[in-house]
Design a protein around this ligand. Structure first.
Ligand SMILES: *Cc1c(COP(=O)(O)O)cnc(C)c1O
Length: 499
């Protein structure tokens, strides 16, 4: 340790970093992040490393003596920053987008400085009310009626879990909140319905909420991966006849594989008739509702009992931020509220005590970053970006359709293109299992080829059992140049992998 660093440590005493040091270090961190965002595109999206490479460069034991911030930030820049997968990179077209824009990052920083813990109004008044206002703003941006209230959670997985527990809570005579579910043969077994394309988080929610995986009935989809309402109605009837207790249906607007859209209005009608809770998973697709001309895709979601949309996916918000909207806040409060003595306060006026509506007591001040970025971009700016992403996806889809050996594997309602390459020699023979395997392996190799470039990162899925490459557009840093480059790499990969 140098003398300068020793001096630094002596000044630290038993307190926090001094305001002067914080100011200086803060300026360096701003510079580091701004530089990262500028340099980003020159970095390989997938770092060329193996598991353990980073760990080996980090001290295995915690430091016993204080270290200089110089050394810490230096290691950050040298070991950590280059060795992440760069989600912010405009060539990152895998999975779904998760992009942090400038105003959102600044909001995260301000929230970290405040460290407001948004449990209840008394210990987080401004943060609570900014959350109330931002939830309402998003609801309005999505064109949903003002009957919907809501709150922020960390992820869609948790938003859906809370919704499932709320749905369970209103099942007559069940009272699982107080009585639990085990050892009660008199109440029958719960059943929830979702399609074969529904995200795994719903099944996880069933695991946690005591519904169990056996309580999840996967309903068949049509040729473009939408839940079949006739199959749903038949499944419910069959289950009722067999003594099950149907309680919830999940409709997805923008499934994770193909971004298909379940016929939500028809599903809502079935839910009304059968008195079942309707949960709408629009974790990805929901963002598109900010563009009024896209709202027809969401028909029926206004009948939902609960809706999840992830601003951290396609609304340019730094991870994490999931919006949970609910029709009846009272149900969520009845399902979750337990107020220990030390948090009981006599309160005048109206405000949410958010901890009563979910599992967590302590909650991050997530609303600030969204409040800032909605103001920074404006409703029109958000809609224009989403619209442009959809337009770019359509353009790519057109190139795929016009190409002799690439096939589009699904419609493109949002900004995700599903495709695969089928060489002329194998076209029309996909019913033969060996041919199908060969095509799958070829597309896997194409994906690998593209991803090794470091410039574009794509992911895959299976649609109708077929290996499918997915291209997702949804980063405000993306332009047609990136889409063209992706398409060129795919074609180049296809011709070199065939040879
Ligand atoms: C991404 C996604 C989820 C899970 O989101 P998390 O926020 O990571 O839990 C759930 N449903 C759909 C449709 C998704 O696309």
């Amino acid at each position: 340790m140098t003398d300068a660093h020793r001096l630094h440590d002596a000044q630290r005493g038993l307190g926090d970093m001094s305001p002067a040091d914080f100011r200086e270090a803060g300026a360096r961190v701003v510079e580091q992040v701004a530089g990262y965002l500028e340099r980003l595109e020159a970095l390989p999206i997938l770092p060329p490393i193996e598991p353990g490479d980073v760990r080996r460069q980090l001290s295995a034991a915690p430091p016993s003596a204080p270290e200089a911030l110089d050394a810490i930030l230096g290691d950050y820049a040298r070991i950590i920053e280059p060795n992440i997968t760069h989600w912010q990179h405009p060539g990152f077209m895998a999975y779904f987008p998760s992009v942090a824009t400038g105003p959102g990052i600044l909001g995260e920083w301000l929230a970290a400085g405040l460290n407001s813990n948004v449990m209840l109004w008394r210990n987080a008044p401004a943060s609570t009310e900014v959350e109330e206002v931002t939830v309402s703003w998003l609801r309005q941006l999505f064109g949903l009626p003002d009957i919907f209230d809501g709150m922020f959670t960390d992820t869609a997985s948790i938003s859906s879990l809370l919704s499932l527990v709320a749905a369970r809570h209103v099942v007559p005579g069940l009272d699982a909140r107080d009585e639990g579910l085990a050892g009660r043969p008199e109440v029958g077994r719960l059943r929830m319905y979702c399609s074969t394309e529904t995200h795994s988080s719903l099944e996880k929610a069933a695991i946690v909420s005591g519904v169990g995986r056996a309580g999840v009935r996967r309903v068949a989809v049509d040729e473009v991966f939408r839940m079949r309402p006739d199959a749903l109605a038949a499944a419910i009837a069959e289950d009722r006849a067999a003594g099950f207790l149907p309680f919830c249906v999940v409709a997805t607007i923008g499934t994770t594989s193909s971004t298909s859209i379940d016929p939500t209005a028809e599903i809502a009608a079935i839910c009304r008739r059968e008195r079942l809770w309707l949960h709408v998973d629009a974790a990805y697709g929901g963002a598109a509702a900010v563009a009024p001309e896209m709202r027809h895709l969401f028909q029926g979601w206004e009948h939902a009992d609960s809706i999840v949309v992830n601003p951290h996916k396609w609304l340019f918000t730094p991870f994490d931020a999931s919006l949970l909207l609910f029709r009846s806040p009272e149900v969520f409060r009845d399902a979750f509220s337990l107020v220990p003595e030390y948090l009981r306060v006599r309160q005048q006026g109206e405000a949410h005590d958010y901890h009563e509506y979910g599992i967590q007591l302590g909650r991050r001040f997530r609303a600030l970053k969204m409040w800032m970025l909605i103001r920074y971009f404006g409703a029109e700016g958000l809609a224009a970006r989403v619209r442009e992403h959809c337009r770019m996806a359509q353009e790519l889809g057109g190139w795929v359709d016009a190409h002799p050996t690439f096939q589009r594997m699904a419609p493109i309602p949002f900004a995700t293109v599903c495709l695969r390459h089928v060489p002329v020699a194998l076209a029309g023979r996909e019913d033969e299992p060996e041919v199908r395997q060969e095509i799958d392996a070829l597309n896997e190799a194409i994906l690998d080829h593209v991803n090794r470039s470091g410039q574009i990162f794509l992911s895959h899925t299976r649609l109708g059992g077929r290996y499918t490459i997915r291209v997702n557009i949804g980063n405000p840093r993306q332009t047609m140049d990136h889409v063209r480059h992706c398409w060129a790499l795919l074609q180049e990969a296809a011709s070199s992998e065939v040879a």
